[in-house]
Design a protein around this ligand. Structure first.
Ligand code: AMP
Ligand code: MG
Length: 332
């Protein structure tokens, strides 16, 4: 838990145009005052993020969210009341209050109220002493693994920050994958990115069945929607068990130079080899999601030749995880 002292320091940094990386219930965010275009610009520099990828704006209240939006449909109240604070991002047509760079020139804005206690305290204090709007994408280098711990954030972007920036230590990211993004800006309600809150959760809570989303040309060119994303440095292969037995089995048999491999799956890998380390993965989506980026970051540090994950089940509970694994893995 953070002391009041470090939150006050973080708020001062945001007010002064610096960057603050902070834990949320999804992944760590890299935050700047969304009303200060120079500060928001630095997020793109530090992350090496293309300027045409808009940033999610984090706030502490529905009141603040509504102030940057035109056309807040009635149905959005149901989502906000049910899922905020929490891992749900809502996209609306925006008004002209936010600087252009935050929304990458699009006429929409993505907004969220996180539930993580550190994030909430920071946003509430910043609503008192500053603008109250914090633009924050994931605290990582564009396209690479998201981070869910202080030490992984420091290792990933620490060297790109200055002494006027800060990484807040805080309670872990309890969901572990990014937020679910719901688009209210077009005629039809759509999920732009599957995330911590599943279609089933939405169905159960609001009785709404949101269909598979077709991303089209007018959908913002967004990070999570590119084909390759969330990538570890080590090649990652995700396959069903029989295929794994074949490919990894062959690799181990031909492995004259003693390269090291890692397997993470739901049952143990039967081939015994001193070149293979293996661990059993959680068989429920909630625990799996919580561990995913921690595990991939850990495996990257261990410098395996390549890593093999057994494909998770293909149902709604695992949708966000399958989405991240598909983008993070080598496609054969
Ligand atoms: P991240 O890179 O994790 O911060 O996620 C950014 C995601 O938020 C993007 O991939 C978009 O799906 C969504 N997003 C952010 N800003 C906007 C916007 N102005 N309009 C539509 N979607 C947005
Ligand atoms: Mg990201």
């Amino acid at each position: 838990m953070n002391s009041n002292n470090s939150i006050s320091k973080a708020v001062k940094i945001l007010c002064d145009g610096g960057l603050v990386a902070f834990p949320t219930e999804t992944v760590y965010g890299l935050g700047a005052d969304a009303m200060n275009s120079r500060a928001a610009e630095r997020i793109f520099q530090v992350k090496k993020r293309p300027r045409n990828h808009p940033l999610i704006v984090h706030v502490s209240s529905i009141y603040l969210a509504k102030k940057i939006v035109i056309n807040w449909p009635k149905q959005a109240d149901d989502f906000a009341n049910k899922f905020w604070p929490g891992p749900m991002t809502l996209v609306f047509k925006k008004n002209n209050i936010l600087p252009e760079c935050v929304t990458a020139g699009y006429d929409t804005v993505a907004v969220r109220i996180p539930s993580n206690i550190t994030a909430q305290t920071l946003l509430k204090e910043f609503a008192h002493s500053g603008s109250g709007y914090v633009a924050a994408p994931s605290a990582n280098i564009y396209g690479s693994l998201s981070n869910t711990s202080y030490s992984d954030v420091r290792a990933a972007i620490g060297k790109n920050l200055t002494t006027s920036d800060l990484i807040l230590e805080g309670n872990g990211c309890s969901y572990g994958v990014e937020s679910t993004i719901i688009d209210f800006s077009s005629k039809r309600l759509a999920i732009l990115r599957p995330g911590s809150i599943t279609r089933n959760n939405i169905q159960k809570s609001l009785g709404l069945n949101i269909q598979e989303t077709e991303l089209n040309k007018s959908t913002p060119l967004v990070s999570g929607s590119t084909k390759r994303h969330y990538c570890p440095k080590t090649p990652l292969y995700v396959m069903v068990y029989p295929e794994l037995v074949k490919r990894l089995g062959e690799l181990l048999m031909k492995n004259v130079s003693n390269k090291k491999f890692f397997y993470w799956g739901f049952k143990s890998f039967t081939e015994i080899s001193s070149c293979l380390n293996q661990e059993i993965a959680p068989d429920n989506a909630v625990d799996y999601a919580k561990q995913l980026y921690l595990k991939l970051n850990e495996l990257d540090r261990k410098k395996y030749e390549c890593i093999f994950f057994e494909s998770p089940p293909k149902n709604a509970e695992w949708e966000a995880i399958n989405n991240r694994l598909e983008k993070a893995s080598v496609q054969l």
